[in-house]
Design a protein around this ligand. Structure first.
Ligand code: PAF
Length: 289
């Protein structure tokens, strides 16, 4: 196995120059945007990029504009050395962009990106400024890298839908690949925020996946009334003493409009607080389950 030590760059302009030179040589560039605290879910995105592209760039930036006041921006884990060690162990990452906030949002910065439609419900209701911040930084990362492909996890299903809509609505010349959720052995979806869970909360957290599995079983057995499915999911999640549900949604996989009946395909999405940690998860239900 060839070991690649990524070149760590903090200045976006330098990354743009390096990548432009490689693109002129005909190299295909893959971008994996992250906020660091890398886990196996992120590494699966890196592997996909390595498979499909000649050059892989991972960005590590805890983006302040996607956090509202009172959210976890300050306490979000920042472990750059450990992240770089993980990327070295996977190999094949050519560049890491690790900018400071002022490199991305310099003095006088005053631009906004708002994507409508899929941003309105679910996370958009609970975190009204979140997707504007995500769209802004992701658009900047797309522009800085000039990447051919960008890789996102299905765990943030609505985020991936927002980014796909941004690409369509703004005619961006980049392909988006959404990669499957990577889970712990007990079903908990990997997330940098899992680190916030106390041992007893960690033991309760797989209830999200169990609720999604219950919904899938009910649908497979012929239940199509989403109200009844959500009621059973609510009961199951409620059995975890530290849980508080923000939403359970059974929606159209494209528009994220709520469904009253499951007929064609659907996506089931959850946001649940376990103690003070807010977790999200989802599952896609094919029409022929
Ligand atoms: O999914 C994330 O980690 C972030 O929302 C992203 C896409 C890197 C933008 O900051």
């Amino acid at each position: 196995m060839t070991v690649t030590i990524p070149e760590v760059i903090s200045e976006p302009r330098i990354l743009s120059e390096r990548l432009a030179a490689l693109r002129r040589q005909g190299k295909k560039v893959g971008l994996v945007p992250t906020m660091g605290a890398l886990h196996d879910g992120h590494l699966s995105l890196v592997r996909q990029s390595k498979e499909l592209c000649d050059v892989t760039v991972v960005s590590i930036f805890v983006n302040p504009t996607q956090f509202a006041p009172g959210e976890d921006y300050e306490k979000y884990p920042r472990v750059l050395d450990a992240d770089l060690a993980r990327l070295e162990s996977v190999g094949g990452v050519d560049f890491v962009l690790a900018p400071k906030p002022a490199d991305i949002y310099p003095e006088g910065f005053d631009a906004h990106v708002h994507i409508g439609g899929v941003t309105r419900r679910l996370e958009g209701e609970f975190r009204p400024t979140h997707f504007d911040g995500v769209a802004l930084v992701v658009l900047k990362l797309f522009n800085m890298s000039g990447a051919d492909l960008a890789f996102f996890g299905q765990k943030d299903y609505q985020q991936a839908a927002v980014i796909q809509k941004m690409v369509r609505d703004l005619n961006l010349q980049i392909g988006i690949r959404v990669c499957p959720i990577v889970r712990e052995a007990d079903g908990l979806a990997m997330s940098s925020r899992n680190k916030y869970l106390s041992p007893s909360e960690r033991a309760e957290a797989p209830v999200l996946k169990r609720a999604l599995d219950l919904a899938r079983r009910m649908i497979a057995e012929g239940e199509s009334d989403t109200g009844r499915i959500k009621e059973k999911m609510r009961e199951l999640i409620g059995s975890a003493p530290s849980s508080a549900i923000d939403y359970i949604s059974i929606a159209d996989p494209e528009t994220l409009d709520e469904l009253e009946r499951v007929g064609g395909g659907a996506v089931i999405l959850l946001a649940v607080k376990i103690g003070s940690t807010r977790l999200i998860d989802n599952t896609l239900v094919p029409s022929d389950i």
